[in-house]
Design a protein around this ligand. Structure first.
Ligand SMILES: C[S@@+](CC[C@H](N)C(=O)[O-])C[C@H]1O[C@@H](n2cnc3c(N)ncnc32)[C@H](O)[C@@H]1O
Length: 285
């Protein structure tokens, strides 16, 4: 049975794209590609190795979700390659890889990593909402932590479906709104500022990573999977929910540092994946 309802974006109670939101998203990620704070000028290979080790030790569920070896000999598109760690893994495992990102910086970094390892794949600038590929082009489309940053997430998921071959698999991670991260952001930016009527969605939209970041419930995620034959949707506790990373500059204030120290990680772990920030989708066209 097809999954056929469209999400009601009104329900998101967030401001519509005012025209330059995508440009602001692009600017944000061009200035700070995911996970690459303080990228050194020299010894780039060592830096990229550390980046990869750190990523998969904080997020061991990524290789488990992707199962990179499933792409051997297949046509794979990654939407939103960022600094390219997962993309390089797809190509290392024998995928005929095609990568896209909204930012020149993400494309440059990913090309650099491929070149450092002597790997070959096409990586180019493109918008998830208008993928420059023909219908039915790929066996697998992978997009990790990307589509919730694009102003029209439902449209981007529609594009993923369009470029997949019938029987092909979409592997997508977007953010979950019923999560510890959304609750923390609401505590800091709404409750602590005496505006508790603002929602966790609002807090994510205005205070999580690039401007306009959205979080979805599992039902809302399912509603965006229009035209897929079958889908599995589940949530996962992330390193963000557990505050494993030391706060960056943006979160250097006293309140943030206190929260990082006093945060009840044991309690968060005990509740398991139900309130995890990562919402995973595996859907077959
Ligand atoms: C949080 S980073 C994730 C990068 C990578 N997938 C990872 O997991 O490290 C978000 C990425 O999505 C890209 N992005 C955001 N909106 C996009 C869009 N409309 N089209 C293509 N890429 C987009 C950004 O440029 C950025 O590289």
């Amino acid at each position: 049975m097809g999954l056929e309802t469209r999400p009601d974006e009104e329900k998101m109670r967030i401001a519509p794209d005012t025209g330059n939101l995508k440009e602001r998203v692009r600017q944000h990620w061009d200035d700070q590609p995911c996970g690459t704070r303080d990228i050194p000028v020299e010894n780039r290979a060592a830096f990229f190795r550390d980046l990869e080790r750190e990523r998969y030790s904080w997020e061991p569920y990524i290789p488990a979700f992707a199962r990179f070896d499933r792409a051997k000999g297949k046509d794979l598109l990654e939407v939103g390659v960022g600094a390219g760690t997962d993309f390089v893994n797809w190509v290392r495992h024998g995928a005929r890889g095609q990568g896209v990102d909204l930012t020149p910086r993400g494309v440059e970094l990913t090309r650099e990593r491929l070149a450092l390892e002597g790997l070959h794949a096409d990586v180019r600038i493109a918008d998830a909402e208008r993928l420059p590929f023909a219908d039915d082009s790929f066996d697998i489309v992978y997009s990790y932590g990307v589509l919730h940053h694009s102003p029209d997430t439902a449209r981007a998921i529609g594009e993923v479906r369009r470029v997949l071959r019938p029987g092909g698999t979409a592997l997508i991670m977007i953010y979950h709104v019923r999560s510890w991260v959304a609750f923390m952001l609401w505590t800091l930016h709404c409750a602590a500022k005496l505006r508790p009527w603002r929602s966790p969605r609002w807090a994510m939209y205005h205070h999580l990573e690039s401007p306009g970041t959205k979080g979805y419930t599992k039902a809302e995620a399912r509603a965006m999977l229009v035209g897929f034959r079958e889908a599995r949707v589940w949530t996962q506790l992330s390193h963000g929910d557990l505050l494993l990373m030391r706060p960056g500059e943006k979160y250097g204030g006293t309140l943030h540092r206190l929260l990082w120290r006093l945060y009840p990680r044991w309690l968060v772990r005990r509740t398991g994946n139900v309130f995890g920030t990562n919402l995973f989708i595996e859907a077959v066209k």
